[in-house]
Structure formats: structure tokens, C-alpha cells
Write a protein that binds this ligand. Structure first.
Ligand SMILES: N[C@@H](Cc1c[nH]c[nH+]1)C(=O)O
Length: 378
């Protein structure tokens, strides 16, 4: 094998340099501060854990999608977390099993996937989010969606779109009022993913009623009207409670947020149940966040309802969110340390000379301390 060039990182991994490293930390901080005001308390799950505990807790990550290694210490396979929600579930089901419900927790940190996806080449991503453990009710969904929106808006994100989905919709219909043989469901879902009405028709009579679901996609209100028509027709009222829930979740959302519906969307919703949502922001390709209802498995075989959201803020950071350009002041050799401390307290960033060779301009300073005075640099 050839030697690795110095500074080369594996595909999909990258360092964050100034000023983005600081911007990333600031943005994560802003989101966490915003959710903390709603009573979410921070946990810091471990960076890696036993593969089986990550895979089984939510049926989320499939083992082959995890970055794994055999731990020489425990002789077991460890995996780097691909999604902190599963870890929050583990913590809630074990060490915080006795904590009162609903349990509100939040988190922020890097996660790692084995493979990049088509839209995002990076494998390591920052994830920040909040989870309610102990409820997946409509009020829990209302809170989670609104807390996510508020956190993004406080961070300055505009042009937010929330796309609602019903992750278990197809299974519910296929097992109930719109029956499809179990071995056909996957094929049906793939064709719905492709929004290909023609290929659905080719699947035969049992798949035909599903064509209407393709039409129930797009701006929220017209799409909901179409979903209601499906419910009144071939779904035989099986969706009534879901439709009412979606309307209740949508109701308090501000007019400045665009709402859409994509009832059969399942990409990224591997473990969510009756409700899911994706978050988009104007000018960004792909989602910047996602959330929904799910179940956390407990050791005794029972499960607990939960609801949460995760944001993936890296594209925002690349676009300049979170950056704050502090004014940089050069402190020459022998400067007045007391005055410099005062100026730092006023918000200046000070760069102290270590030798006569240090160049204020090259070090990015816009001013210099001259006695007690600030002198702008040309
Ligand atoms: N962790 C999920 C989103 C989520 C949080 N809570 C529930 N769902 C994801 O990143 O896709």
C-alpha cells in the first residue's frame, strides 16, 4: 500500500478550521440554549458503544451501516454512533428508567455513518436535537415541531419548510382497509417512493388504490384534502385519527413556515411510527433536520413511546450561520495589560505580540492599542 499523504483524511471526514469550528460550536450552543428554555436537559452519550445496543434499541441503524471495530479491551464489536436518538433511548430505558416522565432530554455532538449519501458527501456530521421520552401524543408532537422551529429561527434560519409524513401509513393500510400481500409491501413502497403511478398500476388491483396517495403530496392543505378523500373512500376511515392529528400539529405553526405533506415518504424514517417530519430551509439542498414519533425498547421487552427531532447544522455552518466576527485588536509589546482587559470585557478580541516580528495586519487585526487609545489600522 502507498504511504498516506500527510494531512490526508479518509473520504467523508474533514477538519473544521477557523472560523467555522467556532461557528459550529456557537450554533450548537444556540440550539441547545433554545431547547433548554423548554425544559430539555442535556445528556452527553458516549461516542461509541456495543454494536448490538445501538442496533436493537430502535431498529434504527442496520449493523452493516455502522462504522465498526473490534475493541481489543472488551473483545466485542463497537460501533461509532450514527444517530444519537438511539443512545437517548438507551439512557432513558436504563440509567434514567426511574426518572419522571415525560422525560425531556437534549444532545449535541458528532455522529458518523459508514457511507455518505447522495446529497451529502460527509460521513461525520454534527447532530443536535431534543427528545421527549414517555409520550408520542399530539401535544408532544406540537411541542417538538415548535421547539425545532424556534431553535432554527433563533439561530437566524429563514424560509423554513416542514414536510409532514406518516411513516407507518402504507403498512397500516396494507394490513387493513387496502390489503396487499406482505411479500408485495416492499415493492409497493419502492414504487410509492418513486412516485410512479404507472408502475403501481402494473402491480395489479391490490396496489391500484395506492395511486391516489401519490396525489396527496405537496402543499399541506390541498394534499390533506386529497388524503381525506382517500380516507372517506378506500381507506374506510382508518386514517381519521392521523388526519386529525396532522391538522392539530399544523394549526399552531406560524404563517411564515411553509407546510407540505408527503404521506408515504420513508427515506430517513427507519424507526419513526405514526408521525414524521423533515425540515428544509430555503437555499439548502436536502433536509437540515428530521423528527417524529418512535418507540424505545426496554430490557423487559416492553417499549416506551417517544417523540423528538434532530438537526444536522453543517450546511448552515458552511453558509456562514453561527459566525461572529469579533473585532481583533493588536496589543504591542509592553502594552497596558489593564486597559487590554477592559477592552476584552467590552467585546474586543485581543492578539498580544510575542515578538517584534509579529505583524498586526497579517494576524487579522483591524486596530491596535496605542497607550490607552485604539488606533485603527489602515
Ligand atoms: N434522529 C432522527 C430524527 C429523530 C429524532 N427523534 C426522532 N426522530 C434522525 O436523525 O433522522
Amino acid at each position: 500500500m502507498d504511504a498516506i499523504a500527510p494531512g490526508l483524511l479518509p473520504e467523508g471526514l474533514a477538519d473544521r478550521l477557523p472560523p467555522q469550528a467556532e461557528a459550529s460550536a456557537r450554533l450548537v450552543r444556540e440550539v441547545l440554549d433554545s431547547v433548554a428554555r423548554h425544559g430539555y436537559r442535556r445528556v452527553m452519550p458516549a461516542l461509541a458503544e456495543f454494536e448490538e445496543t445501538l442496533v436493537t434499541r430502535l431498529q434504527s441503524a442496520k449493523a452493516e451501516d455502522l462504522l465498526r471495530a473490534v475493541d481489543p479491551v472488551s473483545q466485542r464489536t463497537l460501533a461509532i454512533r450514527p444517530d444519537m436518538t438511539a443512545q437517548i433511548g438507551r439512557i432513558a430505558a436504563t440509567r434514567m428508567a426511574a426518572a419522571p416522565r415525560p422525560l425531556r432530554l437534549c444532545y449535541g455532538g458528532p455522529v458518523m455513518k459508514l457511507r455518505a449519501d447522495q446529497l451529502r458527501p460527509e460521513r461525520e456530521r454534527m447532530q443536535v436535537g431534543a427528545e421527549i421520552i414517555g409520550s408520542d401524543s399530539v401535544p408532544a408532537a406540537v411541542e417538538i415541531v415548535n421547539v425545532a422551529i424556534e431553535a432554527l429561527q433563533r439561530a437566524g434560519v429563514q424560509g423554513i419548510t416542514i414536510d409532514f409524513t406518516l411513516p407507518d401509513l402504507v403498512t397500516t393500510l396494507a394490513e387493513g382497509p387496502m390489503p396487499v400481500p406482505p411479500h408485495e409491501i416492499e415493492r409497493l413502497r419502492a414504487r410509492l417512493d418513486a412516485k410512479d403511478a404507472g408502475s403501481l398500476a402494473e402491480m395489479g388491483v391490490s396496489a391500484a388504490p395506492y395511486q391516489a396517495l401519490i396525489e396527496a403530496t405537496g402543499p399541506f392543505h390541498p394534499a390533506m384534502t386529497r388524503l381525506e378523500a382517500i380516507d372517506a373512500g378506500c381507506a374506510n376511515g382508518a386514517l381519521a385519527s392521523r388526519i386529525a392529528a396532522l391538522r392539530a400539529i399544523a394549526k399552531p405553526i406560524g404563517w411564515d413556515i411553509t407546510l407540505t405533506l408527503d404521506p408515504t415518504e420513508r427515506h430517513g424514517f427507519e424507526y419513526q411510527s405514526w408521525f414524521g417530519f423533515s425540515i428544509f430551509a430555503e437555499g439548502f439542498i436536502g433536509e437540515i433536520g428530521r423528527g417524529g414519533a418512535y418507540q424505545v425498547a426496554r430490557a423487559d421487552g416492553t417499549s416506551e413511546a417517544a417523540m423528538g427531532f434532530s438537526l444536522y447544522p453543517d450546511p448552515l455552518i458552511d453558509a456562514g450561520f453561527g459566525s461572529e466576527s469579533g473585532k481583533r485588536l493588536f496589543l504591542p509589546l509592553g502594552h497596558d495589560a489593564g486597559r487590554a482587559a477592559e477592552l476584552r470585557a467590552e467585546g474586543w478580541v485581543t492578539i498580544a505580540a510575542l515578538s517584534r516580528a509579529d505583524d498586526a495586519g497579517a494576524l487579522g487585526c483591524e486596530a491596535m492599542l496605542d497607550g490607552k487609545e485604539i488606533t485603527p489600522l489602515g
